[in-house]
Design a protein. Structure first.
Length: 489
């Protein structure tokens, strides 16, 4: 299968065309819900069958293939069902064959994830909740021709960037289009439509983001990251600039809660908890206004976070395209540090970094934490477990370093889940200077505000608390300046 990449354009849409696109998305939603309901019925029959119970007891997973054929639970069978539903209703006037097939495939993939226990039970889409449709090829259905999106009688122009500073747009338009996707986004309480072109070939890499053929070690935590390369070491936290969005979100949610309580006192007990038998909630105009603001705040938070993660990933790729990091369970992180994971999204950063490394011709090597135990081992060979509150590595062999930076340094010299201690010992004198420089830079930035306690800046290298805690605060959130460069979206 040839390599693909996605390029997004904004669509020029007038009110009449907007109405047609919204109608198209609603028809797609009806079809998706119908196919999903049919798929859940067939899935229920498979789970209740005696063959399924027999397969569980004997652990014979080959029987599942026969069950899928028996109850017609497959991508093609759901596609044929979608075709029958479409042709028997008014949906046929809005959706063509290829688009309906892709909708059926979307429902099937959601059900397959649920069947394999890789995801939760798929939900039905409410009104205006299905926000994208896509074609199967560029020959029929959704087509991109002469810088226009064509679908039946609709012909929508794309908005081109007149400057195109890096030639990214010109590069995308020169590639072969595999298929197209239309996406609706709510921006400032208005519908804005975008066209995503799935193109054949390798993605465009800017000259300033060209990577080096070297190895980078990374240690990722729920809020922080440590990067080590032979020439540079970095320790910082994810998304420092977005804290104001978090504060605004919290204030809006509290305001909405107060509004609901004042408008619906009959739904609350004396101890301010919800009653069991609830009446329909009355929502004031102020509440609806706050809800729109909250939705816009969530959108900005998501957009800026992804942009910051992409920027950081580019910085890592500049250092080296061969990356080594520990394989982490982010589901386990969610149980312990749910709020931090929700805000900083380290898993998203890792997925963006993986994609960019592969595009640059490199890869991410995931290290087995149980075999290596980088946070416990020392260059002298001693192994010592440390509690999470101990943020400095200190050994009798006189090696001292910040815990996350030291783990990133060791990850750089891991090969096939085995730490090459000889190479790490040779590199330690120069690496020690790089780690000290990273800590000094961090202390300079910390002097102007608050920093996370996981950095260990509120501890001495011996692990004991610092006596003068006036500069460094043991906080769970990072307070940073609002990113002026982002502007308003």
């Amino acid at each position: 299968m040839s390599k693909t990449f996605v390029h997004e354009f904004k669509l020029k849409v007038n009110p009449r065309e907007e109405k047609s696109l919204l109608k198209l998305l609603e028809m797609a939603r009806y079809l998706y819900n119908t196919v999903l309901a049919e798929g859940l019925k067939r899935l229920k029959l498979i789970k209740e069958s005696k063959l399924n119970q027999k397969a569980k007891k004997e652990k014979n997973y080959k029987i599942y293939k026969d069950l899928n054929e028996l109850y017609e639970f497959s991508d093609y069978s759901l596609q044929s069902f979608a075709k029958e539903v479409k042709n028997a209703s008014h949906i046929k006037n809005h959706l063509e064959a290829h688009t309906s097939q892709k909708i059926a495939t979307r429902a099937y993939l959601a059900l397959e994830r649920y069947l394999k226990r890789k995801g939760g039970k798929p939900r039905f889409k409410g009104k205006n909740r299905l926000c994208s449709i896509e074609g199967k090829s560029n020959k029929s259905g959704l087509r991109f021709r002469n810088n226009q999106l064509c679908y039946k009688s609709l012909k929508l122009d794309i908005i081109l960037d007149k400057k195109d500073k890096y030639g990214l747009q010109e590069y995308a338009l020169s590639k072969k289009v595999k298929y197209s996707r239309v996406i609706r986004k709510r921006i400032k309480n208005k519908n804005v439509f975008f066209l995503q072109l799935v193109l054949e070939g390798k993605p465009f890499i800017k000259e300033k983001n060209r990577s080096k053929d070297s190895i980078v070690g990374i240690d990722i935590g729920p809020s922080t990251y440590a990067i080590y390369n032979d020439k540079k070491a970095i320790l910082d936290s994810f998304c420092n600039e977005l804290t104001r969005f978090q504060l605004k979100k919290r204030n809006l949610q509290r305001k909405m809660d107060r509004s609901l309580r004042s408008m619906n006192p009959e739904n609350y007990n004396e101890d301010k908890t919800l009653k069991k038998n609830l009446k329909p909630f009355k929502k004031s105009k102020k509440y609806l206004k706050c809800r729109n603001k909250l939705s816009e705040n969530f959108r900005k938070l998501k957009t800026y976070r992804k942009r910051l993660h992409s920027k950081l990933a580019n910085e890592v790729i500049k250092l080296g395209k061969h990356i080594k990091t520990e394989k982490l369970s982010f589901k386990g992180f969610q149980k312990l540090w749910g709020k931090s994971i929700n805000f900083r999204a380290p898993s998203l950063f890792l997925s963006i970094l993986n994609r960019k490394a592969e595009n640059a011709g490199g890869s991410i090597d995931f290290i087995n934490t149980r075999k290596t135990a980088l946070s416990q081992i020392c260059l002298c060979g001693s192994v010592k477990k440390k509690p999470l509150k101990e943020r400095w590595h200190k050994c009798d062999c006189k090696i001292e370093a910040q815990r996350d930076l030291y783990s990133a340094f060791l990850a750089r010299y891991v090969k096939e889940d085995i730490l090459d201690i000889c190479q790490a010992k040779k590199a330690w004198p120069s690496a020690n200077r790089l780690l000290e420089q990273a800590m000094s830079r961090l202390k300079q930035t910390a002097s102007g505000g608050q920093k996370l306690s996981s950095f260990g800046l509120n501890q001495s290298q011996s692990g004991s608390p610092v006596k003068d805690g006036s500069i460094i605060s043991d906080t769970q959130d990072v307070v940073g300046d609002f990113p002026r460069a982002f502007g308003s979206l």
